[in-house]
Ligand binder design. Structure first.
Ligand code: G3P
Length: 216
């Protein structure tokens, strides 16, 4: 399973990249706004900086919702760097645009996916990634990881090549469940990635080893 970090924060991206386990980055308009990135030039420069920091797929989301505008915006985003993946919302014009991008050699990440039906459409249109938002499904009283399992089953028996990019990860257990259920990628906040490191027995064991090492 690939690890992406879900942030536009450069310090966090650097920290995750320095761990040596980072395969890419996902962003969205909310994450960009949180970093105070405003205006097309600043947004595009920020994507360029992320692409120069991390050698992997970098999702950049379109803000348009009509076919022609999504295509125009997506082409500009794809021109920023060869590693840019154009992130397109799961709406009718979005599906149509994903098919157009696929036919024209531009890779896409279909975002805001909350059902197996939407994931089938994303795969049929040729999206490189489909992003089910598991934390937001949990927030609404359902089980987000069940959707990962259902999509993984469907993609496997149908031979779809679209990769399942589990998004809206809220904790380390989400990452473990996604790995168990066959997600191809998990895009996580830094805290959830670092949470995987933690176990009290590791801390206790290490402090005992270091104490005993003084007697060696
Ligand atoms: O990038 C999309 C997704 O990961 C959003 O997560 O925490 O806002 O539901 P969240």
């Amino acid at each position: 399973m690939k690890f992406f970090i879900d942030t536009a924060n450069l310090a966090q991206i650097k920290e995750a990249n320095d761990l040596g386990i980072l395969d890419g980055v996902t962003t969205n308009p909310s994450l960009m706004a949180k970093e105070g990135i405003k205006g097309t030039e600043a947004i595009n420069n920020h994507y360029k900086t992320i692409c120069e920091l991390v050698d992997g797929d970098i999702s950049a989301e379109v803000l348009s919702v009509t076919f022609e505008e999504i295509i125009a915006e997506g082409k500009k985003l794809a021109d920023i760097h060869p590693n840019i993946i154009v992130k397109v919302p799961m709406i009718k014009d979005g599906v149509k645009a994903i098919k157009w991008f696929t036919d024209n050699g531009i890779k896409t990440n279909c975002t805001l996916v909350f059902s197996a039906g939407q994931a089938i459409l994303a795969a049929k249109a040729g999206a490189k990634y489909v992003s089910p938002f598991i934390g937001r499904i949990d927030d609404s009283g359902w089980d987000g990881t069940e959707l990962i399992s259902q999509i993984a089953h469907i993609y496997s028996i149908q031979g779809f090549e679209t990769e399942i990019l589990a998004a809206s990860i809220r904790n380390p257990n989400h990452i473990i469940k996604c790995a168990e259920l066959g997600a191809d990628v998990c895009t996580c906040p830094l805290d959830s990635i670092l949470g995987l490191l933690k176990h009290p027995l590791t801390d206790i064991g290490l402090s005992k080893f270091l104490e005993d090492a003084k007697k060696m």
